[in-house]
Write a protein that binds this ligand. Sequence first.
Ligand code: B1M
Length: 210
Amino acid sequence: MAKYQDLADAIIAGDNIKSKEITQKLVDGGVQAVEILNEGLVPGMDVVGAKFKANEMYIPEVLIAARAMHAAMDIIKPMLSDAGAVMRGTVVIGTVQGDLHDIGKNLVGMMLEGGGFTVVDAGVDVASEKFIEQAKGSKAQLVGLSALLTTTMPVMKDVINALKADPSTKNVKVMVGGAPLTQEYADSIGAAGYAPDASSAVDLAKQLLL
Ligand code: B1M
């Protein structure tokens, strides 16, 4: 639909004013936050990813696109959270040490909030000790690890091992995700689950905390 294409185009162009305006209009028109996310924002960022890969966009443009995405996300975030009235458990989520990518992690966090979870955002470049500290402090049942780089994927195993080695976090489940990951990789590092995208992450979290 044209309205979603306009939003995707604003993200691709890195126009944060336009992305905010269009998102606000869609919200005012009664469009659901999840629809705005899945039909406009994520497709826009997908194009940015493809262009970055093809050397048609460079890091500064990608960052400007990410800013436009965040501007729109600021508007829909409260709606995603409101959508989930029943709190299903606490999830600490973060991008592993050495990795600064946070767009996917933030989406997963927002969708989890929308799905009724209390989400503690540990941020990016998060060391194992911080994951443990945050899991203990929030009494989380689940830790979500995100990695976008093949060089930071192995860090996930260190976090899983560190959580298992600590008596107060040994029962905390770990789910993993990020573009380079696969179910096989998740199994090989002892993760409780893997989700390929933000929506599946919510289903997986529900399943893991049943
Ligand atoms: Co980076 N980067 N980047 N980057 N970047 C990639 C990942 C890359 C694939 C681009 C490429 O070369 N084709 C490549 C990695 C190659 C590899 O490892 N094999 C790469 C590289 C190399 C780098 C740098 C090293 C570049 C450099 O400096 N030379 C550098 C590393 C910095 C660091 O982290 N230490 C770098 C930097 C950056 C920017 C800062 C410019 C920016 C990040 C901005 C930010 O996040 N605030 C950036 C971006 C934006 C990208 C691309 C273009 C887009 C990533 C993104 O946001 N996608 C990316 C190319 C690509 O993916 N095609 C690329 C949109 C997002 C919605 O998707 O994050 O996959 P994604 O999340 C999805 C799923 O994966 C899943 O759900 C999300 C929503 O559906 N998911 C989970 C994610 N986490 C999950 C957790 C879960 C469950 C599901 O459970 C807990």
